[in-house]
Design a protein around this ligand. Structure first.
Ligand SMILES: [Zn+2]
Length: 135
């Protein structure tokens, strides 16, 4: 199977096999997993992946690691061709998921306010104090 590149405004609900959909407007890409499991792979473009058309065939960089489906597939798509990479182990896949979630979450983290820092210092001091007294 080879993946063709298809620029779309919105990612369609039912995806066709062998098509990499790319919405520049919404900065997302989507395809059905290359292993045939039917899992819908979503890509954040350009944050996590780059999608390009090479003569109408899709090229995706970096590799796609399917962490959120049982297949745990891992592959490159180059000019429409799937290049398989060693499958992620469950633990590695979980770690990758966690780091991705952490990366997303860290964007939303606001610096602590002065009150929050003060409160944290008080709690810390109090905890130390209690520990010192053995209570
Ligand atoms: Zn799959």
């Amino acid at each position: 199977m080879r993946y063709v590149y298809q620029a779309v405004e919105r990612i369609p609900k039912p995806l066709s096999e062998g098509v990499v959909y790319h919405s520049r407007e919404f900065e997302v890409g989507a395809l059905l997993c290359a292993c045939g499991c039917g899992h819908r792979v979503s890509l954040l473009v350009p944050d996590s992946h780059q999608i390009e058309s090479e003569g109408g065939m899709a090229t995706i960089r970096p590799s796609i690691s399917v962490c959120d489906a049982p297949c745990k597939s891992h592959y490159f798509i180059s000019a429409g061709r799937v290049e398989w990479l060693p499958a992620f182990s469950a633990s590695l896949a979980a770690a990758t998921m966690r780091s991705q979630i952490a990366r997303h979450a860290s964007r939303d983290v606001k610096p602590l306010s002065r009150m929050q820092r003060l409160w944290a210092a008080i709690v810390k001091a109090y905890t130390k104090f209690r520990a010192a007294l053995g209570i």
